[in-house]
Design a protein around this ligand. Structure first.
Ligand SMILES: C[S@@+](CC[C@H](N)C(=O)[O-])C[C@H]1O[C@@H](n2cnc3c(N)ncnc32)[C@H](O)[C@@H]1O
Length: 496
């Protein structure tokens, strides 16, 4: 499903654009784009624009990256014209593609389209663009069995059992990258192992001695991985495999880089549809300490967090089920504890993606938590299944304008984020009054009465029929008449 351009624009501008304004608060960018919560003073140390990185870890044919190209172009021009930056206009297109834009997808074809799209954009800016190195890569590549590269890791080093297991596990994840894509974790796994040794080193002398050795292992791990891949490529006579191995090296680089912004419209696959390998991988990597394993989109939220640096931003769109359902409690707790909700659009059921009805929310989270302002929510759920449903986009754009211009709007809500913790399981209930929220602090219904399920057939297809399907004479009027069918009040079809 392709994210509509106006949503992409909103997410890129309110993540990357806001970050730029944090560095250059008086930039004209804020007059030309709708960026909420733009700071009036500098709140971020500027870094050269060619070092600002954005990744879309499920980029498809590059919707987000293509818009980000245009946006970055404006930022470079702003840098040249207003901040004396030493860039040549003729170099900008290549600079953007080679330094600012990063993308991964499982789908080889989609990646080819993304690269082509970027190439056309670059060509429009400069006809003699030359060769371009893309950081947009497919995870659909081939790697040999671990035994064929084992000696690269093990020669001349004394690896302990844990390290050997870690290498084999990461290698096996990489071999399955055609299935796991950008969800493969490398740095994170070595860091986890290092933290475990650090923990033990506190009160165990042997572990303390191990620590330095583990630190150097963690530092050289990525280098050894790419060396293994390269050495294999050199020995292989198959040029197709060799070019795929080059993809594997780019993929490794992308996985072990930190980004300023991660943005995505990730896949929405429920755990029951994972298949055994993916299920095992997700349980292994996205279940602890917080449960992100209930849906692929939840795993991608965690992945986007891990991809970004400590004051990075995460801009995503996916189903809004995580806002309230118990199985996503950990996802909410993670978000509320670890990030500031800069903007959150509760779009809800709509034709946002064309003919397929979807139930999305989109938002920008900021990892830097110091002195955050209230979280801003836009409520469009209230228009679901009403005549206004088809005007949600216009209602949203008006709410955005009003929020920026500080004008009252019935769809805008601001709330100190901490208040979301006051209701058990931390559902994202942002629209109620403080007075009503206080009521959730009173004791639960369970403390006063037994709460239990009402009537349940346990197999509706087998035991239930509609009243008009049988003769009125066979429907029981009272218990003693022992007729075959008994009336049963059912709640009707499932409604969220
Ligand atoms: C909902 S589409 C969004 C595509 C594009 N970002 C957009 O907004 O138009 C999700 C994309 O995720 C890709 N995908 C699914 N699982 C993935 C994984 N584990 N790693 C990387 N990409 C994945 C699919 O191939 C698909 O292109």
């Amino acid at each position: 499903m392709y994210t509509p351009r106006w949503v992409v624009q909103f997410l890129v501008e309110n993540s990357l654009g806001k970050m730029y304004l944090e560095m250059y608060p008086s930039s004209e960018i804020k007059d030309n784009h709708k960026i909420a919560n733009a700071p009036s003073t500098q709140t971020r140390t500027p870094k050269p624009l060619h070092e600002v990185k954005i990744i879309d870890p499920a980029c498809g044919s590059g919707n987000f990256l293509l818009y980000a190209f245009d946006f970055f172009y404006e930022l470079y021009i702003d840098q040249i014209e207003n901040y004396g930056a030493d860039y040549e206009e003729s170099d900008i297109a290549k600079l953007i593609i080679e330094n600012n834009l990063y993308g991964i997808d499982l789908d080889d074809r989609a990646i080819q389209l993304a690269q082509l799209g970027l190439f056309i954009k670059a060509k429009k800016k400069r006809s003699s663009i030359g060769e371009i190195n893309y950081n947009v890569v497919s995870s659909d590549f081939y790697l040999p069995e671990y035994d064929r590269v084992r000696q690269i890791f093990e020669q001349g080093s004394t690896l302990d059992q844990n390290q050997k297991e870690l290498i084999e596990k990461v290698w096996s994840d990489l071999q399955n990258a055609y299935k796991f894509g950008s969800l493969v974790r490398i740095d994170e796994q070595t860091q986890e192992q290092l933290r475990a040794v650090e923990g033990r080193a506190h009160d165990d002398l042997f572990a303390a001695a191990d620590l330095a050795e583990h630190q150097s292992f963690a530092e050289t791990f990525f280098k050894n991985l790419s060396e293994a891949v390269e050495q294999y490529a050199r020995t292989s006579s198959d040029t197709f495999l060799t070019s795929q191995t080059q993809d594997a090296i780019t993929f490794l680089e992308l996985l072990t880089t930190k980004y300023d912004v991660a943005t995505a419209n990730p896949p929405y696959t429920d755990t029951k549809d994972f298949g055994p390998k993916l299920k095992h991988f997700i349980e292994d990597n996205y279940r602890k300490p917080y449960k992100f394993n209930t849906n692929l989109y939840a795993a991608f939220i965690k992945r986007c967090f891990d991809f970004t640096n400590e004051d990075g931003k995460v801009a995503m769109i996916h189903p809004r089920t995580f806002m309230f359902i118990k199985t996503f409690e950990d996802v909410r707790k993670f978000i509320i504890n670890k990030a500031h909700i800069n903007v959150f659009v509760d779009y809800s059921l709509s034709n946002l993606f064309g003919s397929v009805m979807v139930d999305p929310a989109f938002y920008v989270l900021e990892k830097r938590m110091s002195n955050p302002r209230d979280a801003w929510f836009v409520s469009l759920d209230q228009y679901t299944r009403t005549p206004k449903e088809k005007y949600k986009k216009d209602i949203f754009l008006q709410a955005l304008n009003d929020y920026i211009d500080n004008i009252e709007n019935e769809n805008n809500y601001t709330i100190p984020q901490q208040k979301l913790k006051e209701i058990k399981s931390w559902p994202l209930i942002y629209w109620i009054s403080d007075e009503f929220r206080q009521k959730f602090k009173l004791s639960d219904m369970e403390a006063i009465a037994d709460v239990c399920q009402g009537m349940s057939s346990s197999n509706n297809n087998r035991f239930l029929i509609f009243w008009w399907e049988v003769s009125d004479f066979s429907i029981s009027k009272e218990v003693s008449d022992k007729k075959k069918w008994v009336r049963y009040s059912k709640g009707g079809p499932f409604k969220k």
